[in-house]
Each structure stands twice: as structure tokens, then as C-alpha cells.
Design a protein. Sequence first.
Length: 456
Amino acid sequence: MNASAPTTPGLSRTLGTFQLWGIAVGLVISGEYFGWSYGWASAGTLGFLVSSAFVALMYGTFIFSFTELTTAIPHAGGPFEYSRRAFGPVGGVLAGMATLIEFLFAPPAIALAIGAYMHVQYDWLEPRWGAVGAYLVFMTLNIVGMHIAASVELVVTLVAIFELLVFMGVVAPGFSLANFVDGGWAGADTFSLASLGGIVAALPFAIWFFLAIEGVAMAAEEVRDPQRSIPRAYIGGIVTLIVLAVGVMIAAGGVGDWRALSNINDPLPQAMKRVVGEDSGWLHMLLWLGLFGLVASFHGIIIGYSRQMFALARAGYLPRVLARVHPRFHTPHVAILAGGVVGLAAIFSDGLVQIAGQTLTATIVTMSVFGAIVMYILSMASLFRLRQVEPAMVRPFMAPAYPWFPAFALAAAVLCLVTMVYFNPVVASWFFGGMGAGLVWFLLVRGPRATATDGH
């Protein structure tokens, strides 16, 4: 139908395997710097190792399974397109909304952390304006070209990895196994049923180690050789992140009383301070280069949310204007800017809105995790469905150990979702209420048009 034919340029295929690996790791690496240590408060160091091992296994089996979908359907919509193909428009809109919530709600929280970090270095710079500056810089980089954006992401990610390795090396002389295991089972020295409860409660914080790695799928239309590059980037990315997560946890937990690090946003600098002192050049280097971890994730997630909005709009699930591609740079510039507007609105609402006693920053992080878990469930369900209804589909990469790997990933994601609902009932009601309202709006307003123009 001519009316639905594209009138703007398409996305350019400029990404190679190494750049894609940089995006995969960069999307997540801020989770190695902060957020995860809150899991120690409920699970202890040893209990949180169990939580993290379970989540790492979930993500490992998920990524091996998710790669089958990404290489078979290399589409900018990622999970939205997989669920739409498996379950029709309703499945597509549910997966699309969940993914969009994940990728729209994470950047403002990270931007506020960047602003707070800059405020420590320059006390005259108000954190919110530092966050605004981060949005302006990295939205601009995303607009001027995917090749430039991916190259910046790769460099920033490599610096962030280097800094984590430096941290582990510098604190190693101060490591004590006795410190790490002291009260390691939720405050106790031995495992008990109470420890099990703490391990389950800590699952969302373990998820923070790996959240958003699936965003690589949203760059699939911009990869030169997706069938080869995507599996290598995903597998290399998850292995890199698991190694870093284990190293950071053990190194930080063994240099003193880990309890003092369990409720703060800067566990790595505080752990290093115990070993080298407050005036050490190593500590100052960590404070400066640690910013690269936040920047890498922030920049990468902008890539993810803009491609998801672009794909939803191109299919008619969001206003068509969001599907416009810049005539010169071949990037979804309107979607990039629209996501920035949402993020900036959240930034200036921080401190004004509280849900269940949490600031908006804490709430939007939790909302982001809800979106991710629901998307994981729908993606694994789509894998099973497509194996049944489209057995002849070309699948350059097949999920190993099928059906066990995707089945474990699906079951683990369901367990995490149940856990999150139990421990965050108010945020859960907001999340599912928003999903329900979005579905009703789609069925009543956008559904007929989206179904009529379901192709792209």
C-alpha cells in the first residue's frame, strides 16, 4: 500500500562485531559500579553470591536463546517484533511497551547519578543540570550517526572495564576471606531458611548486574553481518560481564566490613578508600574514570530506547512521526529527542514524587527492571511459539540445549517477577496499570490502523 511505504531513508548498516560487543557490555556496565551492593543488605555476601549465580545462569540461558530470535529476525524492534510475529499485534504491543518502559526509565536514573558524580567534583554544578548536560551531549552523538555513537560507546566501555580491573588489582592486597564470609548468610555465619528469604529478596539487585544487555537486539538493523556478529557480541558480552561481576563483588566484600557498603551508591570508591586512603591518586583515578561506567550505560540505553520507539512507530503502534529517520545521518532523530523529553521530565520530577516512600529515582529503576523481566518472559514464550508455528524459519543460530535453556530462562524470569511483585507491590501496581492502560489505548485507538499497516 503506497500510503504506508517509507518516505524517509532507512537505518545504515555500519556496525561490526567489536562495536556490537562494546554496546552489549556498555549497556550494562554501570551495574558493576553501583546498585548491586544493596543485595548484601538482605542476602549477605555469600547469599548474594547465590542470588547472582542464579541470575547469571538465567541471563546466560536467556542470551543463548534470545540470540536465536535476534539473528532470525534482525529487526530494530527486537522483542516487540518477535512477540508480534509469534502472538500477533497484542503480543507485539505488550512486549513493545515492556521494552520501552525498561529503556525509557533507566536513563534518567543513570543521568542523575552522572549529575551527582559531577557535583562531587564540581560543587557549583547542580546534579540535575549535570544530568541535563549528559542528555544533550549523548542525544547529539546518537543523532549524528550510529557509527560515531558506537565508536564512542566502545571507547567509553573499554575505559570502564580498565577501571574495574584497576580497582580489583589495587584492593587485592587488602582482601581477607574472613571479612568476606563474616555474617555472609544474611548476617548469619551459617545458612538457614531466613537466609533463603534474603537470597530471594536480593534477586532484583543481582539483575542490575546484567540489565539491558538485550538492547543489542535494537541495533540489529544497523549491523553489517548480523548472523555472525550478534552471536559473538552477545556471548562475548555476557562472559565479560559475569567475570567482572564476580571480581568486583569478591574484591569489594573482602576489604573490611561489607555491611558498611551495602546501602550506599558508591561501594567501589569506599572499598578502595579502606586500602589506599582518602588522598591516594588511585582513589582519585577511580572517581574520575568510574564516571565512564555510568556514561557507557547511559549512552547505550539511548541507542536502545530510540530504536524501540522507531520500530513501534514504523509499525503504527506509536505516532508515525517517531519513525522519521534523519535524511543526512540516517538515525531516528525524532525518537531520540522524544525519549529525551521523557527523561528530562523525570529528572525534574525527582524529589517531588514519591511512591511507597521511595524517591522517583528509586521508583523508576524498579520500573525499569519490571519492564525487563516482563520482556524476557514474552521473548522466551515467543521462541517456543515460533518453533511451533514457523519450523521452517531460517535460524542462523539455534538455541543450544533446546528446550531446556529457554525453559530455564523463562521459569527463572517468572520467579524474579513474582519476587519483585511481592517486595514492590505499589510499584508493581503502577507498572501493570500502565501496561493495561497502554493495551486498552492500543486496542481502541491505534489497533485498527496498526493492524492494517502491520507490514513495514
